[in-house]
Design a protein around this ligand. Sequence first.
Ligand code: FES
Length: 106
Amino acid sequence: MSERVLVGQQTDLPEGSQVAVLVGGVSVVVVNFEGQYYALRNNCTHKDYPLLGGEVSAGRITCEKHGAKFELSTGKAKTLPAVKPVRLYRTELEDGQVYVAPLESA
Ligand code: FES
């Protein structure tokens, strides 16, 4: 079983909210976009810069440093200067709580 980390109560993570949690020592940003939770490594693949706090629109989060956009559902880089995808994590809902886990079981 891979490690699962509690993010918080669903009610504390409303539409449009973002929070960072540590999963296996790695910072992961969790975003509620249109009622769906997405989790990506909290690190832009262009330079070492956190994605937390970046603007979210059209299913993408924007790196505040140079403006690269990453697709929340796939982690893919959609605009330059980033070209590599950010690592995706899995979100789970259970009893009103939000959890994050690595996608691949280690
Ligand atoms: S560090 Fe994110 S776009 Fe440059």
